[in-house]
Design a protein around this ligand. Structure first.
Ligand code: C2O
Ligand code: CU
Ligand code: CU
Length: 487
């Protein structure tokens, strides 16, 4: 018997119940309330997209200011955190071989910094360096040189200062980076959908996370698309749309469906499948991205995040709640009018590299656990990797530059952990003891509760020191992160 969670009981409280049970898997929470709802949220407006900044002649220079802002989120005035006044921040569009320069000004009350998630760039100096701290009021000039063969795809940027990441991302600091395809993929329209979640109190502030939220990974009451609640999109029958989707949530998994429309997946995270894949749904762990084609048929379809069981933290406080458990209506696509001529075929992509036949230089195991004691106190469990919490002065993993490694990722806890490695993508070769028979490259790899996943990684092109961590950002802030040095 699916239960309605307290969170959604609160969302629904006092209004006409907008949720209906579907398929016994949970509750379908329609976030598109009428104007009489307790939250006074606006919805049903056309999907808006963040400002787009494009490289020209191989260069994109961006001034990015992080600051507390009064912004409109979900149709309400909210005290949030913002890059350049918007939530999400501007979209950065670049091409392989470009130089991306970002002058970050920290207008926050806390220290911060910047990470370009998924980009295959140097982790050193003023490139994607995780050991830079930009104090409140200070600025830092980042410069990222994308290699000429940088894979196309959807990437994103967000703050990455240990201890502050979850609060700053939950507050609204994130934006998309698009690396264009060398050969364009024919489509009638492109859209960016940055999906995030947030909790707002009655005065339009974002409440602090409780220790329980931090242990399980906080999930917001409202799930937003480009900062909007349940926006609308329209298309004509037969149109092919290109949707680039980012899961910018701190902890929420998105099991996405758009029933009634044809979905074709070009790739997850970076790069492209050799052949695009027809799918019914796609699961994005926090940090993952999908590059998707939607071929539209007449009718109205709802983009939904279905219930996903990512486990519970358990622990002495007893239980922990069922997370990512409620179905959520994210957006509506209405397809009407005269049909259009079909688009040209999707060009096939170059074959992806396959490390399953590579020579493995080293094998190691990373064990993800929720241990008792540690920093969180009060009967809370502490997230660890190989029994340890993050220590900025310790190198946890030293790998040989220009070699291939195989990592066994073991999750002994009752909660999923999405592992993210900076700079070098991972090829998933085995899940729970079963070999993976397709080519699967990702930079965030989910390790389901009480299971194992095996990946191979080529530590190539860039040497230096960076991090891997759980992309449930509350876990990262609480120590589920390690330092890796490739030399
Ligand atoms: Cu998206 Cu290390 O993070
Ligand atoms: Cu990253
Ligand atoms: Cu985790």
């Amino acid at each position: 018997m699916p239960g309605i969670s307290r969170r959604n009981a609160l969302i629904l409280g006092g209004t006409g119940i907008a949720g209906i049970a579907v398929g016994g898997t949970g509750f379908f929470v329609n976030q598109g309330f009428s104007s009489s709802s307790v939250l006074g949220t606006a919805s049903g407006s056309a999907l808006l997209e963040p400002t787009e900044l494009r490289s020209a002649d191989g260069v994109l220079n961006v001034d990015l200011e992080a600051s507390p802002q009064r912004v409109t989120i979900a149709g309400r005035d909210v005290n949030a955190l913002s890059y350049n006044g918007g939530v999400p921040g501007p979209t950065l569009r670049v091409r392989a071989g470009d130089t991306l320069s970002v002058s970050l000004k920290n207008g926050l009350a806390d220290p911060s910094n910047l990470h370009v998630h998924g980009l295959h760039v140097s982790p050193e100096d003023n490139s994607d360096n995780m050991f830079v701290t930009v104090e409140a009021g200070d600025s830092f000039d980042y410069q990222y040189e994308l290699p000429a063969d940088h894979p196309p795809g959807v990437y994103w940027y967000h703050p990455h200062l240990h201890g502050f990441v979850a609060d700053q991302v939950f507050g609204g600091l994130y934006g998309a980076i698009i690396v264009e395809d060398p050969e364009p993929i024919p489509a009638d329209r492109e859209r960016l959908l940055v999906i995030s979640d947030i909790t707002l109190n009655s005065s339009g502030n974002i409440p602090a996370a409780s220790p329980m939220d931090e242990m399980s990974g906080r999930e917001g009451d409202l799930v937003l698309v480009n900062g909007q609640l349940a926006p609308d999109m329209t298309a004509r029958p037969g149109e092919r749309e290109r949707w680039r989707i980012v899961n910018a949530s701190v902890s929420r998994y998105l099991r996405l469906r758009l029933d009634g429309q044809q979905l074709t997946l070009l790739g997850i995270d970076s790069g492209r499948f050799e052949t695009a894949q027809d799918i019914d749904e796609v699961v994005l762990a926090p940090g993952n991205r999908a590059d998707l084609l939607v071929t539209s048929s007449a009718g109205t379809s709802t983009l939904r995040a279905l219930s996903y069981d990512r486990g519970s933290a358990g622990g002495m406080m007893g239980g922990g709640s069922f997370r990512s458990g409620d179905e959520v209506a994210l957006a509506t696509l209405t397809v009407a009018g005269d049909g259009v001529a079909a688009q040209q075929a999707i060009p096939s992509q170059p074959a992806q590299r396959d490390l399953r036949t590579a020579t493995v230089n080293a094998r190691r195991e990373l064990v993800f656990a929720m241990g008792m004691g540690g920093g969180m106190g009060g009967g809370m469990m502490t997230p660890t990797i190989n029994g340890r919490q993050f220590d900025a002065s310790r190198i946890d993993t030293t790998v040989q530059f220009d070699s291939v490694e195989e990592w066994l990722l073991t999750n002994t806890s009752t909660l999923d952990h999405p592992l993210h490695l900076h700079v070098w993508p991972m090829q998933i070769i085995e899940q729970d003891g079963q070999p993976v028979d397709s080519l699967l490259w990702q930079d965030v790899v989910n390790i389901p509760a009480r299971s194992t996943t095996r990946v191979r990684i080529a530590f190539e092109d860039y040497s230096g020191k960076t991090v891997y961590h759980c992309h449930i950002l509350d876990h990262e802030d609480n120590g589920m992160m390690g330092i890796i040095n490739a030399s």
